[in-house]
Design a protein around this ligand. Structure first.
Ligand code: HEC
Length: 168
């Protein structure tokens, strides 16, 4: 009788020890915390794809038409915008950044310190800095209208700028 009790408690002890230490890999992974879901890395934005909401881009594009900008400016990706009197705006953000860093700009009346400010200034005060390169030679002053401050609402101006800054 005593032997039987000892024996069964020994079996119990061994079972407990095994259960405690010798977990099978399957049991271990069952108790492991669920894997943290990882969000897949966002696809890189293509340089040719403007980082602007499509409806905002469409609104800006319409403003180029309704405000007459397309009569003088080209935007290569817009077939309706092929004006050749003022500078080509296809890569105007990059050109604005370069112009801003130039001696010509430093010597001008321009006071912008970012490409976006440069573009705002170009539209509101075209004579502050007259772009040197137009399709048919040096740009003339007094051709880019000077009254857009009254012809564009602040919101319309920002919409156009949101688009122009994507033209890298
Ligand atoms: C009658 C022709 C004409 C119209 C209309 C016109 N522009 Fe211009 N634009 C020019 C000329 C010419 C220049 C270059 C002279 C200067 O920098 O002031 C110029 C310069 C610019 C520049 C600066 C370019 C640079 O490389 O520095 C921007 C930006 C610009 N225009 C945007 C616009 C926008 C936006 C509109 C419409 C809201 C518009 N323009 C309407 C003729 C025009």
């Amino acid at each position: 009788m005593l032997v039987a009790v000892l024996l069964s408690s020994l079996v119990l002890l061994v079972t407990m020890l095994l259960a405690g230490c010798g977990q099978s890999p399957a049991a271990a992974s069952k108790n492991a915390p669920p894997p943290v879901p990882t969000t897949p890395p966002a696809a890189p934005v293509k340089a040719t794809e403007p980082a602007i909401a499509p409806e905002r881009l469409a609104a800006a594009r319409e403003l180029l038409v309704s405000k007459g900008c397309i009569g003088c400016h080209t935007v290569a990706v817009f077939p309706e915008a092929q004006g050749a009197i003022g500078p080509n705006l296809t890569h105007i953000y990059t050109e604005a950044a370069n112009a801003l860093a130039s001696q010509l700009y430093k010597d001008s009346k321009g006071v912008a310190s970012t490409p976006r400010e440069f573009l705002r200034e170009s539209i509101l005060k075209p004579s502050a800095y007259v772009c040197p390169n137009c399709p048919s030679g040096p740009c003339p002053d007094h051709v880019m209208p000077k009254d857009f401050k009254s012809r564009l609402t602040p919101e319309e101006l920002e919409t156009i700028l949101d688009m122009l800054v994507t033209f890298e």
